[in-house]
Design a protein around this ligand. Structure first.
Ligand SMILES: *Cc1c(COP(=O)(O)O)cnc(C)c1O
Length: 408
C-alpha cells in the first residue's frame, strides 16, 4: 500500500484532505519556482539506519519508544547541554520546582518510574546511614518487609525486591495489622489496581500512619487526570512514583520520585551521582532532569479537557470508519484508572473476515505508512489516539477500514 493510495482512500472519510497537506512540501505544490537556497539537510538517523518509523495508534509503550517529547522539552535539553553544572544542584533546584507543582515536600528525577520505586524503597530501608546504603541489597539487620495487597502483587514489585526487600502479601486490613512486625519497612500501593484490592488508597495511608510505616504509591501511567500529580501527595502517601515518559511526555528515560523530605534525601543517597550503592546504574543527567521538569510544567499548563475532546473526536473518526463493516464489533471506553484516554476496542467474526489478529497487525505494520496497534482482550484490538499527531487518525481510519474490508 503506497502513501498515495492512502491519500486516495481518505476521500471516503469525512473531513478528509485536511491532514495531508502538511505531508507535501510547499515547493512541490507550487511547482518549485521559488528560488530560496535550500536549508542544510538535517541528518535523518531513522532513514540513515534504516529504522522503521510508524504511526503510534497503540499508546505509551516502552518498547515503542514511549511518547514524543514536546518541542519545549527538546529545546530545554538542547540548551542545557551546552554547559556544565553539578548534578546535585540540578536535582535540588529542579526537585524544588517539581515538588511545588505536585504539592510534595521534595522530589527528585529518576531514571523512570521503575527506578523511582527502587530508589524510594532503598531510601526507606537505609535512611541516611551510609553503611546501610553500601550494604544493600544485603538487608541483614534492616527492616526489609514490604506489605502489598495480593491483587497489587504484579511484575513491577521486582523494583522493590531489587533492594533486597521481601514482599509480604495481605488482603484485608485485619491481615495487615497482623502482618506488621519489627521487620516491616514499607507499605506499597499499586494505583492501577486500586479497584481490585480490599483496601482503598485512603485506608492504606491511614493504616500506614496507624502503624508508623511509610507508604508508597506507584501511579506510573496514571495521568491524566492531571490532578493525580498532587492527589496522592495531598492524601498523605509518603512517596509517590510516576513515569516521565508516558503521557507526561518527558524524556522516556525519566521519572519522578516525590514525597517526604527525609525520604527523598535518603533515596538520593542511594542514587547517582553517588556510587557504591544499588542505584549507581540508574543515572540521569542534567538533560533528563531539566527535560523532566519542563515536561511537567508543560503538562500542567495544557488544557486537558480540550485535549480529551480532541482524542474523543479522533477515536470517533476511526470507529465510524469500521463500525458498519459486516462482522466487526466496536466499543469505545475510557479506562477507569491508568492510560485514561478514549480507547477503541474492536474484534471481528473470523468466519466473515478471514484474518487473524496477528495478520491484521502485520498488514498495518507493513503498510505505508506503517501503523502499530495493540492487542486487547480475547483476540481484540485496542486503538488510542493520544500518541497520534493531529490528522493521523484519518490515515489510521482509512488503513484499518481497508484491511478489515479488503484484507490488504
Ligand atoms: C510503566 C510502569 C512502570 C515503569 O515505569 P518506567 O517509567 O517505564 O520506568 C512502573 N509501574 C507501572 C504501574 C507502570 O505502568
Amino acid at each position: 500500500m503506497k502513501r498515495r493510495d492512502v491519500i486516495k482512500n481518505l476521500s471516503i472519510l469525512p473531513m478528509s484532505g485536511v491532514v495531508l497537506g502538511s505531508a507535501m512540501p510547499l515547493g512541490s505544490v507550487l511547482g518549485s519556482s521559488v528560488s530560496e537556497p535550500p536549508a542544510a539537510p538535517k541528518r535523518d538517523l531513522i532513514k540513515e539506519l534504516g529504522l522503521r518509523k510508524f504511526i503510534n495508534a497503540a499508546g505509551t509503550y516502552t518498547f515503542m519508544s514511549g511518547s514524543l517529547m514536546h518541542d519545549e522539552v527538546v529545546e530545554a535539553i538542547r540548551a542545557c547541554s551546552k554547559e556544565f553544572v553539578l548534578i546535585d544542584d540540578v536535582q535540588d533546584k529542579a526537585g524544588e520546582k517539581i515538588a511545588a507543582i505536585c504539592h510534595a515536600e521534595a522530589a527528585t528525577v529518576t531514571a523512570g518510574c521503575w527506578s523511582a520505586l527502587v530508589l524510594g524503597t532503598a531510601g526507606v530501608i537505609t535512611g541516611m546511614d551510609p553503611k546501610k546504603v553500601a550494604q544493600l541489597p544485603n538487608v541483614e539487620g534492616m527492616k526489609s518487609e514490604i506489605l502489598v495487597q495480593k491483587t497489587h502483587n504484579h511484575g513491577y514489585v521486582h523494583a522493590l525486591t531489587n533492594t533486597g526487600a521481601k514482599i509480604v502479601e495481605i488482603e484485608t486490613a485485619e491481615e495487615l495489622d497482623k502482618a506488621v512486625n519489627d521487620k516491616t519497612a514499607m507499605m506499597w500501593f499499586l494505583n492501577y489496581c486500586a479497584n481490585d484490592g480490599k483496601i482503598s488508597d485512603k485506608e492504606w495511608v491511614a493504616l500506614g500512619k496507624k502503624h508508623k510505616i511509610p507508604t508508597m504509591i506507584d501511579m506510573a501511567a496514571d495521568v491524566p487526570p492531571v490532578s493525580n500529580l498532587w492527589k496522592f501527595n495531598d492524601m498523605g502517601f509518603d512517596l509517590v512514583c510516576v513515569s516521565g515518559g508516558k503521557d507526561l511526555r518527558g524524556p522516556q528515560s525519566a521519572g519522578i520520585l516525590m514525597g517526604k523530605k527525609e525520604l527523598i534525601a535518603a533515596a538520593r543517597l542511594n542514587a547517582p551521582p553517588r556510587g557504591g550503592n544499588i542505584g549507581r546504574g540508574m543515572k540521569v543527567n542534567k538533560e533528563e532532569i531539566l527535560g523532566m521538569y519542563v515536561a511537567l510544567e508543560k503538562f500542567v499548563s495544557i488544557d486537558h479537557e480540550k485535549e480529551m475532546q480532541m482524542w474523543k473526536e479522533q477515536i470517533a473518526v476511526i470507529e465510524s470508519a469500521i463500525k458498519n463493516i459486516k462482522g466487526v464489533t466496536t466499543n469505545v471506553s475510557i479506562p477507569p484508572i491508568a492510560n485514561q484516554t478514549p480507547t477503541l476496542n474492536f474484534f471481528w467474526d473470523k468466519n466473515i473476515i478471514k484474518l487473524t489478529r496477528e495478520e491484521f497487525q502485520d498488514r498495518l505494520r507493513k503498510g505505508d505508512p506503517s501503523i502499530e496497534v495493540i492487542g486487547g482482550k480475547d483476540e481484540s484490538i485496542n486503538i488510542t489516539a493520544w500518541m497520534l499527531k493531529p490528522g493521523q487518525e484519518k490515515i489510521v481510519a482509512s488503513r484499518v477500514q481497508e484491511v478489515l474490508s479488503k484484507g490488504v
